[in-house]
Design a protein around this ligand. Structure first.
Ligand SMILES: [Zn+2]
Length: 275
């Protein structure tokens, strides 16, 4: 094991303190990490940020690497990623609902390097990605975490009507085949080379969408998604206030003006396939 406080020059911070709460940049810390695992982490993050439209970040916050407990953390071979901070942007994992494209772009590239990635929809992982290398990179239908990811990108990146429950069945298989055909990737997804191609293309498409879906109209829709996810006792009041804002004649005229610039998924896909 070795001690680090940065990865490839990006400072590693801790933000789970009263003085530095979750979602802030936190403070730089030393972390113990297994040397071989560190190499995988470096390679993975280099690939993420080579493709990410926001480039190399200024800070990464982690909930921990070596933790004195059983499992991969106990060997310094697991990483909990809380948030990523660029100069004017941040991806806080708990904000998945309104940062879906950026979140899933990052996760797609992480999955090319880590056999285990636990995300927002996986129990107790709303506020961080857990990544480790305890299993090989590939897709198994029986894997709940892998199927959650698959269903999330089918729904939120490829716009398919699919239930995200982590259980693969006829619906998930059929939609997966459709999207693989559209992307010119051979099936089945369970063949590693096909899965890696899917991760790579999906990462690139998600990142392009994260850039395109930045209009005021899209940001307004993101806000509606967040309100939709609120507990019922708060939801109605906020939703009514939001609706009276968006239904106001001047606001709705202003928002409608952005509709033409709405992203076109097919155009983004062919752009990525042709580069
Ligand atoms: Zn973890």
């Amino acid at each position: 094991m070795e001690q680090i406080n940065a990865i490839k020059g990006i400072p590693l911070h801790y933000a789970r303190l009263t003085s530095h709460p979750y979602g802030t940049r936190g403070e730089q810390r030393d972390f113990l990490i297994d040397s071989e695992f560190l190499e995988v982490l470096k390679t993975a993050l280099a690939e993420v940020f080579a493709h990410c439209p926001l480039g190399t970040p200024e800070v990464i916050t982690t909930a921990g690497i070596f933790v004195d407990k059983p499992g991969q953390h106990g060997n310094g071979k697991a990483f909990d990623l809380d948030a990523i901070f660029w100069s004017t942007n941040a991806l806080v994992t708990l904000n998945f609902v309104h940062q879906k494209e950026l979140y899933l772009g990052i996760e797609s590239f992480l999955r090319k390097h880590f056999g285990i990635v636990l995300n927002y929809y996986y129990t107790n992982h709303e506020d961080h990605w857990h990544v480790d290398t305890s299993v090989n990179v590939d897709y198994h239908e029986s894997s709940k975490s892998e199927t959650l990811y698959l269903q999330m990108v089918l729904k939120f990146i490829y716009g398919k009507a699919i239930i995200v429950d982590g259980i693969s069945g006829p619906q998930t298989r059929a939609i997966t085949r459709d999207v693989f055909d559209q992307l010119n990737i051979n099936t089945p997804i369970t063949t590693k080379v096909n899965y890696l191609k899917f991760l790579d293309l999906t990462g690139k498409i998600a990142f392009k969408l994260s850039e395109a879906k930045n209009s005021p109209l899209q940001l307004f829709e993101n806000l509606s998604d967040v309100v939709e996810a609120l507990p019922v006792q708060h939801k109605n009041e906020v939703m009514q206030a939001l609706n009276s804002f968006s239904d106001h004649a001047e606001t709705s005229q202003w928002l409608t003006a952005f509709e033409d610039k709405h992203h076109d998924l097919d155009a983004v896909i062919s752009e990525v396939l042709n580069t």
